[in-house]
Design a protein around this ligand. Sequence first.
Ligand code: GN1
Ligand code: MG
Length: 364
Amino acid sequence: MENLNKVIERFDTAGVVSEIKPLGNGLINDTYIVRTSSEDTPDYVLQRINHHIFTDVDALQQNIGAVTSHIRRKLEAAGEDDIDRKVLTFVTLKDSPKTYFFDGENYWRMMVFIPRARTFEAVTAESSRAAGAAFGRFQASLVDIEGTLTETIPNFHNMEFRLQQLREAVAADAVGRVKEVQPLLDELEKRADEMCKAERLHREGKLPKRICHCDTKVNNMMFDDDGKRVLCVIDLDTVMPSFVFSDFGDFMRTGANTGLEDDRNLDNVEFNMDIFRAFTEGYLSTASEFLLPVEIENLPYAAALFPYMQTVRFLADYINGDTYYKIQYPEHNLVRSKAQFKLLQSVEEHTPEMRAFIAGKFGK
Ligand code: GN1
Ligand code: MG
């Protein structure tokens, strides 16, 4: 804690630190809540940025700066109230306009903690509708951002690239785990072509990339205390050009899963159509003005793509000997892979129903 205090001292914060505690369930960065002793000064969020994954922290923070200031300007222009709860505010250093600090070993950043707000690990249909509208609004508000954003992780949601990584992991078999997972690998290979459809459509000039959030896990959104209104989208590290499928699909993967991302009991894991319907309605209410028919028609594909991609990513990490995701026990990445694959199977069963819903509501 003493070290964390030394880091915090570098930032231009207000008030006196009274408490520092771990916050949230992120698999990549380390996050803390920093409480200050007075009601009149804000609390803060402190994060150690995983710079093995985000290798260019300066570009990362510039992206985030561009995104948050663009959204802030829009909120101001629209005359919105309570803007500090609707967009993140990053704290600059005392001696520089930078929003990150390098202590010689680690990179740190701080943002103002949004008061009277909370995250959820699971959602209801009602809050999914609000979440869909919020992510649609997020994409819509970034349609006209000037300049280009850096791909903070190149090829992040490129399915062809993720499959290549998996195949390389299999070929290397660094820790001798391939044999054990061969049946799952076979299942993944069977679907590989179909799942690379987005990349093909893009090469054919039919599917655009847009600025997306690219990590729309349910818990990456702040709801107002009552859980009804989405205030603000958080975890902006992966905001970059991608297919809109990223944001739709990753929410479905987390929000519409009746079980946990890493559920050991596969019977718990099913795809929840009520959440699908509610999120889709919310999303299309704010995003349909800029979406192309090819994007809307392929939302059921997006719902399958993300559990598929996450199975591939967790499994590659398992085969590589757990070098990417934080794990809590040795076979954690395998358990995650199996749970994600079970979710994919359930999505596949519901695909005709999803297609019919979209065609009935938004087709023609
Ligand atoms: C990571 O940082 P976090 O936990 O929100 C990952 C996502 C995965 C997710 C799986 C930069 O997100 O892409 O979908 O874990 N982020 C990165 O839970 O790889
Ligand atoms: Mg997160």
